[in-house]
Write a protein that binds this ligand. Structure first.
Ligand code: C5P
Length: 424
């Protein structure tokens, strides 16, 4: 069955030349099984007649926030709640600016503010308008918001004669993008409330250990997996606290995120946040050692060789599981060889409930695995009082989807453990 089947979609149409393509988009959405309500901004009517959309959707088009008759049928708040998805195509710089600032001065912008449905924006504008600093700032505001995503703009020749970014994406690409968002929504809904009322603490990213003010020792880690787990746990209804080393990612808005640099700082922040936590997930690639002394001035190049004395960093995960044996603890093991052996060793040595192991480095075709990539595969080893150690493979997929699968497994094992009183 099509993912669009019976989905309630608001198609927002703004005043741009590409508005004529919205009619085709509407036709495709209806054909795919969606119920579509078209909402036009006042200036959209200057480009396409509402009658076109009414005929294609078999629904009167909405455009006026103060239309008494339409509001009596379905008020704008009701309409905002009705939607499973809002798609604005084309979205002008003006509407983008309003949405990014929370302005609600027409029906479409009001619905956007009043709806919890995912919002897809397909921008269209003159290339200079797209590039303008203020527009780019507005676009940046959408970053890190799980509910808002952008498709396009495409580059090419523009109606005004310019060439550059600002064309609305092709309708087929927009349809594909909507399908992906609906798939995500389905996956998110499958997690709903699984972790409601639970508190999760997650470490992510690398740590950096200063040698002098300009040099440091670190581990290779993008933080993508940890951030994806934080997002998935939040989708599952948990209250999530993330303690993150330096990464270029934005934490989801629903997550309390603390940024740290060194292992010692991460250790301190984790212990500060540990009270009343139910689950601890350590995805951080913590540096095992730090320089005994971080020099206050830049070290000058003089000798041919130099030695830096290192001291062991605290093992955050081990300290956490020693500190609170009731806490459900999950570790990660990124290994280049003997995955199972090292993972099992960590599971026992760090007294964990579960360890998620993955291969890193490059496979036999030379393809990079684990690091920086958007996909991953995990092998889970879980302590289970009856079966001993249970093993499960979560096959390669996007890190976000993998994180959702991992959350489902954690919930299963967490509930199993809590049924047994003699655990650990
Ligand atoms: O000991 P190793 O680094 O191989 O173990 C990996 C697991 O332990 C990961 O979950 C990592 O986040 C955690 N860890 C930690 N503190 C350290 C070293 C590792 O929390 N100092």
């Amino acid at each position: 069955m099509s993912l669009f089947q019976d989905k309630k979609i608001i198609l927002g149409v703004c005043g741009g030349v590409a508005a004529y393509k919205s009619a085709e988009l509407l036709r495709l959405l209806i054909k795919a099984g969606a119920q579509v309500q078209v909402v036009m901004t006042p200036s959209a009517e200057q480009f396409v007649a509402s009658m076109t959309f009414q005929a294609l959707s078999s629904n009167p088009v909405r455009s006026d926030l103060f239309d008494k008759a339409a509001e009596a049928g379905m008020g704008h708040i009701e309409l905002a709640r009705w939607a499973d998805l809002i798609l604005i195509a084309p979205a002008t710089a003006n509407t983008i600016a309003k949405i990014s600032q929370g302005v609600a001065d027409n029906l479409l912008t009001t619905i956007c503010l009043a709806s919890a449905a995912p919002l897809i924006i397909a921008p269209t504008m003159n290339q200079q308008m797209w590039r303008s600093e203020v527009n780019q700032e507005n676009i940046k505001r959408f970053k890190g918001r799980t509910a808002i995503s952008l498709i396009g703009p495409a580059r090419g020749e523009q109606a005004c004669g310019d060439n550059g970014p600002g064309r609305m994406e092709e309708t087929e690409s927009i349809m594909q993008f909507c399908e992906q968002q609906l798939q995500q929504l389905k996956e998110q809904q499958s997690l709903s409330d699984l972790l409601k009322g639970k508190k999760l603490l997650i470490t992510a990213g690398p740590t950096i250990e200063y040698i002098d003010p300009v040099r440091y020792i670190s581990n290779r880690s993008s933080g993508k997996m940890g951030y994806a787990i934080a997002r998935a746990a939040s989708e599952a209804g948990a209250e999530v606290t993330l303690v993150s080393g330096p990464v270029v990612l934005d934490a989801p808005e629903s997550v309390n995120c603390y940024k740290v640099r060194s292992a010692v700082q991460m250790h301190e922040k984790v212990f500060e946040q540990l009270d009343n936590m139910d689950i601890f997930i350590a995805t951080a690639a913590v540096a095992d050692y730090r320089p005994v002394e971080a020099k206050s001035q830049k070290i000058k190049k003089s000798q041919d060789t130099m030695t830096i004395e290192l001291v062991k960093n605290p093992d955050i995960l081990l300290d956490v599981s020693n500190h609170n044996e009731k806490l459900f603890t999950i570790g990660f093991a990124a290994e280049t060889t003997e995955l199972e052996k090292y993972a099992l060793d960590k599971l026992n040595r760090k007294k964990l409930d579960m360890i998620a192991a993955n291969r890193v480095g490059s496979d036999n075709t030379g393809r990079s695995m684990g690091f920086d990539s958007d996909t991953n595969e995990l092998v889970l080893f879980c302590k289970n009082s009856e079966a001993g150690i249970e093993q499960k493979v979560l096959p390669e997929t996007t890190k976000q989807q993998l994180a959702r699968e991992l959350i489902k497994e954690i919930v299963l094992q967490y509930e199993n453990r809590n049924k047994k009183k003699d655990w650990k």
